[in-house]
Design a protein. Structure first.
Length: 105
């Protein structure tokens, strides 16, 4: 019975490792859509900057869903995503404030 438990645990860890490797191959900038930066607002809310072809799109993500916020006319430059996690921009918050401030005038 102890051997069966060890086998099941080994199977769970192997499946988790395989899924992690599979997810790293997707969505890390190899296709036409990539995440440029992420700005967490709270535990469940964040703003992401997506590169879609030649355009950059600002999206809001919350528990209620995903909403398009703004399409940037001037692209923001960032280092490429290397390990599957977006590289945060140091001045992304200030750039976002500038962009959102221009839209209100």
């Amino acid at each position: 019975m102890l051997g069966a438990l060890a086998g099941v645990l080994l199977l769970i860890f192997a499946a988790a490792w395989f899924l992690r490797r599979l997810q790293q191959g997707q969505g890390s900038g190899r296709g036409h859509l990539r995440i440029v930066s992420v700005l967490p607002l709270s535990a469940k809310e964040r703003i992401i900057l997506l590169q879609a072809g030649e355009e950059q799109v600002l999206m809001g993500i919350s528990g209620a869903g995903i909403q398009h916020l703004h399409t940037l006319k001037e692209p923001v430059q960032a280092e490429p995503v290397t390990d599957g996690a977006p590289v945060p921009l140091q001045d992304f918050a200030s750039h976002l404030k500038n962009v959102m401030g221009r839209g209100r005038t």
